[in-house]
Design a protein around this ligand. Sequence first.
Ligand SMILES: Nc1ncnc2c1ncn2[C@@H]1O[C@H](COP(=O)(O)OP(=O)(O)OP(=O)(O)O)[C@@H](O)[C@H]1O
Length: 351
Amino acid sequence: MPADASPLGYRTRPTKTLLSVEKLRKQFTTGDVAAVERVSFDLGEGEMLALLGPSGCGKTTTLRMIGGFEPPDEGRIALNGRDITHLPPEARGIGFVFQDYALFPHLSVLDNVKFGLRKLSRAQAEARAKDMLALVGLESLCTRKPHELSGGQQQRVALARTLAVAPPLVLLDEPFSNLDAAMRVETRQEVRKLLKSAGSAAILVTHDQEEAMAVADRIAVMEKGRVIQIGTPDEIYRNPVSAFVASFLGRSNILNGTASGMEVKTEFGTLPLSRAANGAVSLSVRPEQIMLEADPNGPACVVGREFRGHDQLYWVQEGERCMLVISGAGAMIDVGARVRLRICDCVVPLA
Ligand SMILES: Nc1ncnc2c1ncn2[C@@H]1O[C@H](COP(=O)(O)OP(=O)(O)OP(=O)(O)O)[C@@H](O)[C@H]1O
């Protein structure tokens, strides 16, 4: 295992840069604002990056520019130090897996995977395709046609076909959106393992924060065409830069306060800050950072509750404010009960 990798293959340090995206911009003639504006990031060899954001924020357009399917108005894209900004898709050496998998319906599973291997001899192509199908666990289904496979199996064939040519970078556009919830969870981990074992880097477009956190080494959060924060899932979850990021990646309570260095005065008392700030600030408090104590004389009241097995979600009204609280699976507190809220961790100042 390399020194910079965790047992699950999550990178803890940046690797050698594979892809460099600099100040990409795209404005469609139909739009009055740019779909993508000054998007820049680097991607390390073998790294998985998720482009995450709400519908219409420019994720797919960014991916299509990297793939060569959409010419940027401005900016530069380099792969392994080579400028590929104006190369056609087939000259970039990048693999793609799209939402609909785009398998050839009339070809068998094996022939679908062999499709990109026409430069090899027939025997070599056959051996390579079989190896790739073994890697995705589908060697026994070689002779089937795509319509004889489940969605998850089709997804794996598409991935085997892409990985067969050993691209250094694979672009995945919402690749799990056609799968049901259980299959999605299973398939995304398989895909991550496959990419890691093939050593391919990947950029995954998704609007699903749970998916991004589950599979990506780093996440680039996009809003209105711009990347507004980039970092590991843990960094972004713990230190969101804005209320948008705090609410898009997980759930958050947004409070106001007056900061002075590493402390902030709020309606819940003086609290420690995760980083220094001064003056009026907005603050993010995660639901799991709040303790809920049953107290008949407490100033707050439970107004809603959702039982989730491993924990419980409470909506608690205190004065004008409704706070979201996640509490462990201990004793349940009933809706209508009086409670006291205590914030038991550093709170995050937002931009
Ligand atoms: N070919 C096009 N012509 C005109 N406008 C486009 C075109 N493609 C995308 N857009 C617009 O550009 C903006 C960004 O679209 P894009 O598809 O990149 O967003 P997205 O974040 O991938 O959204 P989704 O999650 O819904 O796929 C949107 O306002 C969209 O309507």
